[in-house]
Design a binder for this molecule. Sequence first.
Ligand code: C2O
Ligand code: CU
Ligand code: CU
Length: 466
Amino acid sequence: MTARTTLLTALVWSVSGAQLAAQPAAGVRAPAVLVNRSPVPGAVEVTLTARPARLALVPGATTEVYAYEGRIPGPTLELREGDRVTVRFRNELPVPTTVHWHGLHLPFEADGSPFHPVAPGEQYDYVFKVRPGTAGTYWYHPHPDHHTGSQVARGLYGAVIVRAADDPLPASLTERLLILSDNRFLPDGSLDLPDPHSPQGRLDFENGREGDVLFVSGETMPTLTIRSGEVQRWRVINVSAGRFYRLALGGHTFLHVGSDGGLFERPVEVSEILLASAERVELLVRGTGPPGSQAVLQSLPYDRYIPQTRPADWNQPRELLTLRYTKEPPIAPVALPDVLRPIPVLESARATATRVMALTQGFINGKAMDMSRVDVTAPLGATEIWQIENLVGLDHPFHLHGFQFQVLDRDGVPEPFRSWKDVVNVPKHQTVRFIVRYDNHPGKWMFHCHILDHEDHGMMGVLEVR
Ligand code: C2O
Ligand code: CU
Ligand code: CU
């Protein structure tokens, strides 16, 4: 155990030991899990507190952060389809915040959007039911008006995993949770959060704040182990405010099996996969290497920038983690299913409206976010098409709260297979269309660019379903 993990563990136990369960060490420190305090079957009741903390994130220094339960990432919320969930949240930060359950289909009051701020010292209960069919990988983060980016940068994010009773993948697969984040520090270890009007502040606004230190579930360049022949299930979440990850594992391909809203119909073999801000993927990693060998998970260069503000090192691959093969002899790979789970079709012929969203730098349809304005009103139960047009030379990952959608086409190219998504990257000067059904939960739902600096500066709007 490194000094850092020892310190973290000590902190965790001192602040909230009773609420957390340690995960078995598996080469990379898996985030702790929120412990269910409800004895009632099918009910989940957890407490979650956000408070300032001081953690050792980079060698030789400590950093003042905001953390859920004293940890970065915050503990994982583990749920099952059908669960009735209560999260008793307490805000011990000096500033208002919320907890947004990114990607979950839940009542408006439980969404943790800017409409329901939690003042310092206050408590808020997020109450919702986990809808059957929504097994997948989600995450939680603050969403207060204008301050999401800085609160996430200070350390507030964690994973949500929803499991299905009838998961088609073998339960024997080793599962890994990889939460990808980046951050930037000053020499004294404090977070580099520049004045928005400074040159660096303006650059952060343009690109979304990127950091030069890359973390995988809170660790830099961890080592994971695999046995030759073994198949592992990786859930990957991009919680970075601006950084995209173009993942590739040297000498290996991935079997892509799931996206934001869970598994799709059939595994797809890919040599790399792009994760824009807030996107998730589920990947099967097959241990095709020999015993004792190793491979590196990299983020390959991806040019999402305008030339004027493109970082100088944008074209350098970045290393994320080492995958090390044990010396044990190979095992026979488990049989994997050809079919995962059916994804019902949302029929374009049923769509009763097309919502055109023109993205420019900081604006949607020429407007900045206004909490008192409703941008789109739609009837409960309606099926609609959204056409997201990126008019500028910088990618914008577009996110809709409350409802999972299906991408129809990207710049006119039909999506090769159906999947449930809640974020879709809209590359420079391209148009993406998706279809969505507002099948439950009236209320006001945000849509926005998930580059947090863009969202905080107003690249956001409101959909009211009623
Ligand atoms: Cu990750 Cu408005 O959300
Ligand atoms: Cu969201
Ligand atoms: Cu954007």
